[in-house]
Design a protein around this ligand. Structure first.
Ligand code: ADP
Ligand code: MG
Length: 229
């Protein structure tokens, strides 16, 4: 599903060159629950941006669901993102002036889904994440955990194969964070591929595979049983 070969990402800041990714090779298969961990500056966000088609590689190849990503331009990548990937962010990134249901409808609007169908699907998704009674609330009228559940519903709107979450529990207390992780675990059990980027080992425990980055390289890539013996 995800095939990354010898990928580098280089940033040039004047005369200063940073190799944010320095030769990453990895495959992620359908149905996996993967945690990408590593210290600050190790390249986690850069790798997430590549996997999420938000940024392109400096060298190497990235193939997502048979699509050779480096051959597409920014507009085409926006469509690929909209169809293939559901994003979850640390700060939820909900639109503040829109209600929960309107936020969940947004990716379907981009995908040109008819309004009635958008409303129906968004309401269903909000019910699935336990927010059937909060659909007309704006983000400021919801707790952090509830906002993150709205963003999970939004991530599911176009039935993406992959859920990509960058520090999804970073802004939540540990109990609420566990609830969000349990929800991601359920989605994974129902067939979604889930990739969580985190610096928190507790979060990584929910995954079946833990990839550790260091200095823009894969330092280790282990099945859960190998990590926690
Ligand atoms: N847009 C950018 N311009 C220049 N350097 C960057 C940029 N984004 C990230 N970097 C650098 O690339 C390295 C990896 O960063 P990042 O992927 O954000 O790491 P992490 O998410 O693991 O903390 C760091 O040294 C960071 O300073
Ligand atoms: Mg980061």
């Amino acid at each position: 599903m995800i095939n990354i070969q010898e990928v580098t990402k280089r940033y040039e800041m004047g005369s200063n060159i940073v190799m944010a990714l320095d030769g990453i090779t990895l495959d992620i298969h359908e149905g996996e629950f993967v945690a990408i961990v590593g210290p600050s500056g190790s390249g986690k966000s850069t790798l997430m941006n590549i996997i999420g088609c938000l940024d392109i590689v400096t060298s190497g190849t990235y193939v997502l669901n048979q699509i050779p990503i480096q051959e597409y331009d920014q507009d085409e990548l926006a469509d690929i993102r909209n169809q293939q990937i559901g994003f979850i962010f640390q700060q939820f990134n909900l639109l503040p002036s829109f209600t929960a249901i309107e936020n969940v409808m947004m990716p379907m609007t981009y995908a040109k889904v008819a309004k009635k169908q958008r409303e129906l699907k968004a309401a269903q998704l909000l019910q699935t994440v336990g927010l059937g009674d909060r659909m007309d609330h704006k983000p400021t009228e919801l707790s952090g955990g509830q906002q993150q559940r709205v963003s999970i519903a939004r991530a599911l709107a176009n039935d993406p194969a992959i859920i990509l979450a960058d520090e999804p529990t970073g802004a939540l207390d540990s109990k609420t964070g566990k609830e969000v992780l349990t929800l991601l675990k359920t989605l994974n059990s129902n067939g979604k591929t889930v990739i969580v980027i985190t610096h928190d080992q507790e979060v990584a425990r929910f995954a079946n595979r833990v990839i550790t980055l260091k200095d823009g390289r894969v330092a280790s890539d282990l099945a859960k049983e190998e990590v926690y013996v």
